[in-house]
Design a protein around this ligand. Structure first.
Ligand code: HEM
Length: 399
C-alpha cells in the first residue's frame, strides 16, 4: 500500500492535556474514525487508536522498540532521568533474560500462596470502612490496600512505605511532557530515590519474598548481581501505582453504574470479571509508548527513525469493530482479550497479582455493601501516565 502523506494524518488532539482527562472517549472515537495512525502535532508523536494496529505493533518488537523509553522521553536521543528499566525498557535478548526471572516469580503457585492473605486483609479493611459508613474510597481503600499487601509480597518492611506512593507517582508522572505535577514530585526525588535504592538491596528483603527470589536468580547466574536491584525496582515502579489506580477506577466506574454494582453485590464471584471489564471500559494505564529504531510503517503510513508512537490502549478497548456495545460497562460480558495489560512479549507480567488484589477488594465490598453513593465530587490526579483518581468521597449502604 502507498504511504499516506503526512498532512492527511495530522491531529491536534493532545492526550496529555488535563482538559481531556475527564472524558477522553469522544476524542478517541474521532481518532479511530480518522485513521489507523495519526500524527499528534502538539506533543509531536504518532498515535495508534484502533485495536488491530495496536496488536500489530505489540507483536513486532523489531520495528517498535521498548529501549527508546517507556515514556515520551526519547532514550535514542536523550539521556533518561533514571537508569532505564531492564525489563520494560529493554528489547530482546536482554528483555528475554530478565522477563524469564520475573515471570517465574509471579507463577500461578505464588499467586495461590498470596490469595488467603490478600482476602483476609481486604476483609478486615472493608469491615472497618463499612462500619464507618462514609469514607474516601481512594485514600482509605484504593491506596491503603495495595500498600498493605504488595510490599509484604515483595519483602519490604513497613518503615517509610509512604515513599512508595511518591515513587510510583513520579514514575508515571514522567510519562508525558514535563508539567508542574512532575516537577513538584521530582523535588522530592533525592530522598525518595535513595530510599527506593536502599530497599532494593538484598539485605533489605525478607527471605522467600519476590525480591529475595530475584537475588536467587542472580546467585545462579541467570542475571548479574548488578541487575538484581534494578529488577526488584521494576516491581516497585510497575506494581503499586498501577494497582492503586486500577482499583480506584474500578470502584469509581462500578459506583457510577449502580445497576452493575447490584449485579456484583448479588454475585460477588463476578469480582474478577468485573475488574477486567472496568479495565477495558476505562483503562487505568491508558496508553504505552514504542520507539522506532529505524524507518518503518504502520498500515501503509511511513514512520521515520526514532519516532515515539503512543498505543492508545483505552481507545483500542472501545474499538467498535472489536467489541459489541463498547461504550457500555457490562460486568457479565466475555472480556478476555482486552488490551489494558498490553500483550505480546511485554504484556503485563504482574497482571495476576493485580487481579488478585482487585478481586480481594471488590469481593469484600460486594459481599457487604448493597450500594455505593457519592457524597462529593471525585478528583483526578494530574499524572500523565495513569488514569487515576486522588479522591472519591462515598457513603456505603450495608446489605
Ligand atoms: C491494574 C494494574 C496494572 C495495569 C493496568 C498494568 C498495565 C501494564 C501494561 C499495559 C504493561 C505493558 C507495557 C508495554 O507493553 O509497554 C505492563 C507491563 C508490566 N507490568 Fe503491569 N500493570 C498492572 C499491574 C502490575 C503489577 C501488580 C506488577 C508487578 C507485580 C506489574 C509489573 C509489570 C512489569 C514488570 C511490566 C513490564 C513487562 C515487560 O516489559 O516484559 N504490573 N503492565
Amino acid at each position: 500500500m502507498a504511504a499516506i502523506v503526512l498532512d492527511d494524518v495530522n491531529s491536534d488532539f493532545d492526550p496529555f492535556d488535563a482538559r481531556t482527562r475527564i472524558d477522553p472517549y469522544p476524542a478517541y472515537a474521532r481518532l479511530r474514525a480518522a485513521g489507523p495512525v495519526l500524527r499528534l502535532t502538539k506533543p509531536g508523536i504518532w498515535a495508534v487508536p484502533r485495536c488491530d494496529e495496536v496488536k500489530a505493533v505489540f507483536a513486532d518488537h523489531v520495528n517498535f522498540s521498548n529501549a527508546g523509553g517507556a515514556g515520551i522521553a526519547n532514550h535514542f536521543k536523550n539521556k533518561p532521568w533514571r537508569q532505564p528499566s531492564i525489563i520494560l525498557e529493554a528489547d530482546p535478548p536482554l528483555h528475554t533474560r530478565t522477563r524469564k526471572v520475573l515471570a517465574r516469580i509471579m507463577s500461578p503457585g505464588a499467586m495461590r500462596r498470596l490469595e488467603d492473605q490478600f482476602k483476609a486483609k481486604a476483609a478486615t479493611l472493608v469491615d472497618g470502612l463499612v462500619a464507618k459508613g462514609s469514607f474516601d474510597a481512594i485514600r482509605e481503600l484504593a491506596e491503603v490496600f495495595p500498600l498493605s499487601v504488595f510490599p509484604d509480597a515483595l519483602g519490604i518492611d513497613f518503615d517509610g512505605r509512604e515513599n512508595l506512593l511518591t515513587y510510583g507517582a513520579m514514575v508515571f508522572a514522567g510519562f508525558g511532557p514535563e508539567n508542574d505535577y512532575f516537577r513538584n514530585l521530582m523535588a522530592r526525588a533525592p530522598t525518595v530515590l535513595q530510599w527506593v535504592t536502599a530497599k532494593c538491596q538484598r539485605e533489605a528483603l525478607s527471605p522467600g519474598s519476590f525480591g529475595a527470589q530475584v537475588y536467587e536468580a542472580a546467585d545462579t547466574g541467570e542475571i548479574t548481581q548488578d541487575e538484581a536491584p534494578l529488577l526488584v525496582r521494576s516491581f516497585l515502579s510497575a506494581g503499586l501505582d498501577t494497582t492503586i489506580s486500577g482499583i480506584g477506577m474500578a470502584l469509581y466506574n462500578l459506583a457510577r453504574h449502580p445497576r452493575q454494582w447490584a449485579i456484583l453485590a448479588a454475585d460477588p464471584s463476578l469480582s474478577r470479571a468485573a475488574f477486567d471489564e472496568t479495565l477495558r471500559f476505562d483503562s487505568s494505564a491508558p496508553y504505552v509508548f514504542r520507539t522506532t529504531p529505524h524507518e518503518t510503517e504502520i498500515a501503509g503510513v511511513r514512520i521515520g527513525q526514532h519516532e515515539k508512537i503512543l498505543l492508545l490502549l483505552a481507545s483500542a478497548n472501545r474499538d467498535e469493530t472489536r467489541w459489541e456495545r463498547p461504550d457500555e460497562l457490562d460486568i457479565t460480558r466475555r472480556v478476555s482479550g482486552h488490551l489494558a495489560f498490553g500483550t505480546g512479549i511485554h504484556g503485563c507480567v504482574g497482571q495476576m497479582v493485580a487481579r488478585l488484589e482487585a478481586e480481594a477488594v471488590l469481593s469484600a465490598l460486594a459481599t457487604r455493601v448493597a450500594s455505593i453513593e457519592f457524597t462529593g465530587d471525585v478528583a483526578y490526579r494530574d499524572s500523565s501516565g495513569l488514569r487515576a483518581l486522588s479522591s472519591m468521597p462515598v457513603r456505603v449502604v450495608p446489605k
